[in-house]
Design a binder for this molecule. Sequence first.
Ligand code: TXA
Ligand code: MG
Length: 327
Amino acid sequence: MTTIRAPSTDAVALAVQRLRAGELVGFPTETVYGLGADAANAQAVVKLFAIKGRPANHPVIVHLASTADLDRWARRIPPAARLLIEKFTPGPLTLILPKSVHVPDVVTGGQGKVGLRFPSHKLAQRLLREFGGGIAAPSANRFGRVSPTTAQHVADEFGDELPLILDGGPCDVGIESTIIDFTRGAAVLLRPGGVSTTQLAEVLGYAPLPQTARSPRVSGGLPSHYAPKTETQLVKPFAIAQAYRTAARAGRRVGVLARSAVRFDDFKGVWRQAGPEWSSYARVLYAELRLLDAAGMDLILVEEPPAAVDWLAVNDRLTRATHREQR
Ligand code: TXA
Ligand code: MG
């Protein structure tokens, strides 16, 4: 049976006990819920990969309570990385740094670099402090699927396979952390996320460089990821009504995730509204995709957000959620 536990001293103590015993625990962060394991316990991390269905060569992020732990997990930390840490952590930012010797290979997918993150969610911090070590955690969804932003989403993903989930309420940011690689000279953006590239550029003095083919593996970097099971299409605001009518004529049930578009009179389906700003949109995006996916539709139409730089992380997720070739 899965137990979802509200925050309490007992619940945190139980989670710590499970982690120390090499078991997995679902827990909230400000971005999305994580599926946690003791990062120093290779066998526990292997369990993570198994339950998630993730290929072994994909690394997982290590979550830490305090930046004082930084030098125990990473080495040769460049000043620019320390600057970002000072400015944006705790918060939705992950740094890729050369790993220190004791980080198990399974955590880094066999690479010499480790991803470190300092979540700002109070319950995550409490868990990390009480646990006293690093918690390796991918997003708590099955590989390739939509990330969870509530404890119930996590329970929906894993059922009985995950006995304990700490409930910290709905996630505030709603999409994953920004990942910056500091192992190749200039800062490289591996995944846009909760900290915008504009914010990063203000501190770095330049916009983080785009990823190249030689960049390390980022599973969120696969063309099809964050994907609902239902066919999902991105549609320009002005084209929604027509796309709907074409599908409806073919007898298809249609769900719409709108941002600026207004529901039209002949629409018979599930109409959801998100936005209008990138941050308010990101906060509800995954929950809305899950809701539409569970509504028994044949087609989900997502109104394309603006192509503006602020919307980079949201557009990245939507492009992957609607990519179909490799499904
Ligand atoms: O917001 C987040 O980052 C959430 C919460 C739970 O912290 N976590 C998350 O984890 O999104 P995950 O595993 O779903 O995505 C992390 C991405 C993966 O694509 C992984 O390949 C990449 O980070 N990553 C982790 N460690 C890495 C490393 N050492 N080098 C390169 N990429 C790494
Ligand atoms: Mg993920």
